[in-house]
Design a protein around this ligand. Structure first.
Ligand SMILES: [Zn+2]
Length: 236
C-alpha cells in the first residue's frame, strides 16, 4: 500500500511546485472570520484556496479552524460520567452489541507495523495499522467505546455541535494516545522512541470507523444520560 521512495519524492516535488507557483487569480483572503491572512494559494505557501497556512494547520491537527483539541481537564468530568454510565448499563443489549462490533473491528485489523514502518503508508492503511496496534497494546472495545461516548458527550454539551470532522479527529486523537511508542535501540543514536503524528486524513478515517462501530450505543438518548450524570456530579 505504500509508495516507492522515488514516487514519493516526485509527488513531494510536484506538490511543492504547485504550492509555490504564482497564482493567476487575484489574491484571496483566508475564509476564517476575522483572519486577514492571504490563502495558502495566494501567499504561495501551499495548495489551500480557502485557508491561510495557520488555519489550514489548525484544521489538519484539530479538525476545526477555530479551536484546539480538548484538554485532559475539559474531558475528565465527561470521561468519569461515561465510566459510571458503563457500570450502570453494561447489561443493555445495545452496549454489548457495540463492544462486539468494536472488538470484531480490532480483531479484523490484521498485522500491526511499528511507527517507523507506518510513515510511508497511505492514510487508509495507517488507520488499519492504528487499530492493529491498539489491539496489540491490549486495548479492547470498551476502551474505544468510552472514548466515543466521552467525545460525543462533550461536543453535545459544549460544542462545536454538528461538526462530524471535529468529532472524528477528537475521537481518533484519544484512541491514538493509547498506542505505545515504538522503541528501538541504535548504536549511533541510542534509544529512540517514535510515535506517529496524530493529524491529517488518517485521523478522519480512524475516527469515522470508531464512530460507526460504536454507533448503536452512542445514540442521542445515551449521550443525554451521560450528560445528566455529569451534571449530577459525575461518578459515585
Ligand atoms: Zn486564516
Amino acid at each position: 500500500m505504500s509508495l516507492s521512495p522515488a514516487k514519493r519524492e516526485r509527488r513531494r516535488r510536484d506538490i511543492g511546485a504547485r504550492a509555490t507557483a504564482p497564482s493567476l487569480e487575484a489574491p484571496r483572503r483566508c475564509t476564517v472570520l476575522g483572519c486577514t491572512n492571504l490563502t495558502q494559494r495566494s501567499a504561495g505557501t501551499g495548495l489551500s484556496t480557502r485557508h491561510c497556512k495557520r488555519h489550514k494547520e489548525m484544521l489538519r491537527r484539530h479538525g476545526v479552524t477555530w479551536r484546539k483539541s480538548f484538554t485532559e481537564t475539559e474531558l475528565a468530568p465527561y470521561r468519569k460520567s461515561v465510566r459510571t454510565w458503563v457500570r450502570l448499563n453494561r447489561g443493555r443489549p445495545e452496549f454489548q452489541e457495540a463492544i462486539t462490533d468494536l472488538d470484531s473491528m480490532l480483531a479484523a485489523s490484521g498485522k500491526p507495523k511499528d511507527a517507523f514502518a507506518v510513515q510511508s503508508a497511505r492514510p487508509k492503511e495507517k488507520a488499519r495499522i492504528a487499530l492493529a496496534r491498539l489491539r496489540e497494546a491490549g486495548k479492547g472495545g470498551e476502551h474505544l467505546l468510552t472514548i466515543v461516548l466521552t467525545i460525543k458527550a462533550i461536543t453535545t454539551d459544549k460544542g462545536p455541535r454538528g461538526n462530524p470532522e471535529f468529532q472524528q479527529v477528537q475521537i481518533a486523537k484519544r484512541a491514538h494516545r493509547l498506542i505505545p511508542r515504538t522503541r528501538i535501540k541504535s548504536d549511533i543514536w541510542g534509544d529512540i522512541a517514535k510515535r506517529t503524528r496524530p493529524e491529517g486524513l488518517v485521523m478522519r478515517i480512524l475516527g469515522e470507523k470508531l464512530i460507526e462501530a460504536a454507533g448503536g450505543t452512542a445514540t442521542g438518548e445515551v449521550i443525554r444520560e451521560v450528560i445528566a450524570l455529569k451534571n449530577a456530579g459525575g461518578a459515585q
